[in-house]
Design a protein around this ligand. Structure first.
Ligand SMILES: *Cc1c(COP(=O)(O)O)cnc(C)c1O
Length: 396
């Protein structure tokens, strides 16, 4: 029961700062050789000493030493009781949603990740798990939406792609009054900038593919829970359904997490400079970024997160040809995903959010003109020059 060891470690070393935990969390030193990095235990099975006597591992779907270091590390970083690593963010989310049963209803925020919406709408619905969309900026609306069948709310803050901010603490208070669990997808912020469990959430999920991995070379997912009973059930589900992260990918994710604080500081610094540039540009009609004071989410975000994170979305004015804008970019790549060291842009309505029906997209404000930018850690002057050039060339 691995969460006991984690609880012990939190009690003993809970005062360490997050920058240190990113590098030393999860007990990464190899006991046998003293190697400062955990070995990649590329093994499916483990020799047992006798019947019913193993050395802590039996079979790598159930547990693997490399994956365990990652799972302990992310549990420490989020301040949870146990962490679980999966083959993708969607595998992590699917396993968390498998905690619920037929007849249960999950409330999701309006701008939830497209894949989360899709798995609820197209997969869990056929098993009788229903969902409703909640007006996530208003905690009062939650009070009205909670019926007897509601068992969880699933939030993202800031939420993709309009960077809308949800008051995690206020929502958790209302949810807990009704015995409803709070799940937060913390992919955009990472535990370095925001720790939802400290704000009252019960479960945190991540796409490790993004900032935690940080180099666009890995697909991975994580889930963190803060009570022993849910930890037990997650361990059961992880083993039973089997969407685990492999040893090599676990190693890559541990490696990525070590540099999270310096990368994230630079991502945010670049995002802030780019946001100021976009705000002053006559080519831009709207900008969504909770790190600037004019953003409607600024006040709440500043209360619950270290800063506004690094994701920005914006709309070009009508007199731009969007296709020409994307084709004119030379440094910034047009691609799905985010959070890597290289700058990426995407067109949410035809890419990341294409699985959301057009009428819903329109209703939540994802226009055809919306562009999402994930600033990398290149020179911010080069990124801005590239955006500036593409905007000028795409004027009609
Ligand atoms: C990418 C992403 C996911 C899905 O993660 P994968 O690793 O692509 O499966 C979930 N939530 C958010 C917010 C994401 O950005």
């Amino acid at each position: 029961m691995r969460y006991h060891t984690i609880m012990k470690r939190i009690e003993q070393g809970g005062s360490r700062s997050i920058e240190t935990m990113l590098i030393h969390g999860g007990n990464q030193i190899d006991e046998r050789t003293g190697a400062v990095n955990v070995p990649i235990y590329q093994t499916s099975t483990y020799m047992q000493n006798g019947l019913g006597r193993n050395r802590g591992f039996e079979y790598s779907r159930t547990g693997n030493p490399t994956r365990k270091v990652l799972e302990d590390l992310i549990a420490e970083l989020e301040g949870g009781v146990a962490g679980f690593a999966f083959a993708s963010g969607m595998a992590a989310i699917t396993t968390v949603l498998s905690l619920f049963r037929s007849g249960d209803r999950i409330l999701i925020s309006r701008n939830v990740y497209g894949g989360t919406y899709r798995v609820l709408d197209k997969v869990f619905s056929s098993f009788g798990i229903r969902y409703s969309i909640l007006d996530s900026e208003d905690p009062e609306s939650l009070e009205r939406s909670i019926g007897d069948d509601v068992k969880a709310i699933l939030l993202e803050s800031p939420a993709n792609p309009l960077m809308s901010v949800t008051d995690i603490r206020a929502f958790s208070e209302v949810a807990h009054r009704h015995g409803v669990k709070v799940i937060v997808d913390n992919t955009f912020m990472t535990p370095y900038l925001q720790r939802p469990l400290e704000l009252g959430a019960d479960i945190v999920v991540h796409s490790g593919t993004k900032y935690l991995g940080g180099h666009s070379d890995l697909v991975a997912g994580l889930a963190i829970v803060n009570d022993a009973e849910t930890a037990e059930r997650m361990a059961f589900l992880q083993n039973a359904t089997g969407g685990i992260l492999q040893p090599f990918d676990s190693f890559l994710l541990i490696r990525g997490i070590k540099t999270l604080s310096v990368r994230m500081d630079r991502h945010v610094q670049n995002a802030e400079a780019i946001a100021r540039y976009l705000q002053s540009s006559e080519d831009v009609s709207r900008i969504h970024y909770p790190g600037i004071e004019s953003d409607p989410g600024y006040a709440v975000n500043s209360r619950q997160a270290k800063n506004g994170g690094a994701m920005i979305s914006f709309e070009l004015t009508e007199n731009h040809n969007l296709n020409r804008f994307f084709e004119s970019l030379e440094l910034v790549s047009l691609a799905e995903s985010l959070g890597g060291v290289e700058s990426l842009v995407c067109h949410p309505s035809s890419m990341t959010h294409a699985s959301i029906p057009e009428d819903i997209r329109k209703a939540v404000g994802i226009s055809e003109r919306l562009i999402r930018l994930s600033p990398g850690i290149e020179s911010v002057d080069d990124i801005i020059a590239d955006l500036d050039n593409a905007m000028k060339r795409s004027r009609t």
